[in-house]
Design a protein around this ligand. Structure first.
Ligand SMILES: Cc1cc2nc3c(=O)[nH]c(=O)nc-3n(C[C@H](O)[C@H](O)[C@H](O)COP(=O)(O)OP(=O)(O)OC[C@H]3O[C@@H](n4cnc5c(N)ncnc54)[C@H](O)[C@@H]3O)c2cc1C
Length: 438
């Protein structure tokens, strides 16, 4: 392995953050070590019998001009499609446009009235001097939208999504992702004036060929053009010795010395691989919690009747919280006339019976009929969402402060330990590259 001035920047993980770091290193030699047999991390795709599935919906919402230029430069003209979001909320047997807080029309009138009254009351309370800041996500939802909307959507939906009660969650993660309509939009939407285009993700990009993995594959191809052997797959990091500035990698007999280390693997896993981490850092890592994800890939004979790209399902008696139809965005993700969908499950135990789902999927139009399933596969993602509880902020601050002192940069969704998008991950990779070469 190279040493001295020739020591590489070592990057742990070849998801979008790691690949973006590699792409943006200008001068330095580098080595990307990826545990799996392919690049992409969460932005990978599975293919079977002409159907394509991602790790549930992976739609590219781009706002940053640098990322837009990068992504467009990775694809030939016409290889990316831009799609206007079609999303809904299915509750009380009715499909409402998203977001529900601005589209209550269609629900039973007494329920609409109660939600509006509570919303107005919440606005009045929030405007009064000295109103305290919310401490939990439940308080945030009740104070921002009123108790009616909190109970109708925010509390049950987030209970299913996070697998814990919203009283255990801090409110900070939601501010960027939850649309905050004006009172006129809330009232207009309750009267039937459809409110569209609200929120951070009204349009998205997606590879025309089908499968979000075309993005990391294109990034990896560009990295390899510059440095052919710089990405090692099937090469997990086993140990990090920050004092010696070296890492132990699977299948590599000697320690690999590094000039700078960028880690995108989950933060608790990084600390677990650092025997020299002090006790307070280990304790902080032990306090971090995360949410695993169980979901079904479903292949259907016919195109689903529902026309939305994805739908939120808050009611607790329905065993899933979100359903998406890939083929509504891109028909090429299934054989002609067929459908490919994902169903994100509230239960993470693995005891899932498709037949329990089918009546609900039919009721909301995600399946044309009970015999429409060609095949389904249950998938599990161990670390999907960082759980923002009371301990999280202090614990991550402790860990990152120590990592900073020993010259390690942990970034990306799971390295930084945050809630982010693919675009954010690409930006974090850019920033990590600048840090490594500073
Ligand atoms: C269910 C879900 C849906 C999402 N939907 C969207 C969406 O619609 N739009 C959007 O913009 N974003 C979405 N995201 C977010 C998006 O997936 C992430 O922002 C992004 O993919 C994170 O990239 P990353 O490189 O930081 O992490 P990862 O993709 O997790 O990459 C980390 C890499 O490290 C590797 N690794 C782990 N341990 C080791 C080890 N010991 N040694 C070496 N390598 C290791 C992993 O195999 C992986 O390849 C979604 C995320 C989830 C979980």
């Amino acid at each position: 392995m190279t040493s001295g001035d020739g020591r590489p920047v070592v990057i742990l993980g070849a998801g979008l953050t790691g690949l973006s770091t590699a792409l943006h290193l200008r001068r330095s030699p580098f080595l990307v070590a990826e545990r799996e047999q392919r690049v992409g991390g969460k932005a990978r795709s599975e293919r079977r019998d002409g159907y394509t599935f991602d790790v549930t919906g992976h739609w590219l919402h781009l706002r940053d001009d640098r990322v837009k230029a990068l992504v467009r430069g990775l694809f030939e003209a016409g290889q990316l499609v831009e799609i206007e979001r079609r999303t809904g909320v299915f509750t009380h047997g009715v499909m409402l446009p998203y977001p529900i807080q601005a589209n209550l029309h269609g629900l039973p009138l007494p329920l609409v009235r109660d939600c509006l009254v509570d919303f107005v009351q919440a606005q009045v309370t929030a405007a009064s001097p000295g109103a305290p800041a919310p401490r939990t996500f439940r308080e945030y939802a009740e104070r921002r939208f009123g108790r009616g909307l909190a109970e109708l959507f925010f509390v049950p939906y987030n209970t299913k999504l996070w697998g814990v009660r919203p009283d255990e969650l801090t409110p900070d993660w939601g501010s960027r992702f939850i649309p905050l309509p004006e009172p006129a939009q809330v009232i207009g939407g309750a009267l039937g004036l459809r409110q569209e285009g609200l929120g951070y993700n009204a349009r998205f990009l997606y590879p025309r060929a089908g499968g979000i993995d075309h993005l990391p594959e294109a990034m990896a191809a560009r990295v390899r053009t510059r440095r052919p052997d710089s990405i090692r797959i099937g090469c997990a990091v086993e140990e990090v010795d920050p004092e010696g500035r070296r890492v132990k990698l699977q299948g590599v007999p000697d320690w690999v010395e590094y000039r700078a280390l960028v880690s995108t693997i989950p933060l608790p896993q990084l600390v677990a691989r650092m025997p020299s981490a002090p006790a307070e850092v280990r304790e902080a890592a032990a306090a971090l919690r995360w949410v695993s994800w169980s979901y079904l890939d479903i292949a259907t004979r016919r195109a689903p009747p529902m026309h939305e790209h994805w739908v939120y399902v808050p009611e607790l008696h329905i065993p899933f919280f979100r359903v998406g139809v890939y083929t509504n965005a891109l028909p090429a993700m299934a054989p002609p006339g067929a459908g490919a969908l994902y169903v994100e499950l509230a239960d993470r135990s693995g005891h899932v019976r498709l037949r329990d789902m089918i009546p609900h999927l039919c009721a909301m139009g995600a399946l044309a009929g009970p015999d429409d399933v060609v095949f389904s596969e249950l998938r599990h993602e161990e670390c999907a969402y960082v759980l923002f509880d009371d301990a999280c902020h202090e614990a991550t601050t402790t860990i990152h402060a120590w990592l900073g002192r020993v010259g390690v940069r942990a970034c990306g969704r799971y390295g930084a330990w945050t809630y982010n998008s693919m675009e954010d991950s690409i930006i974090q990779g850019m920033e990590a590259a600048a840090w490594a070469e500073a």
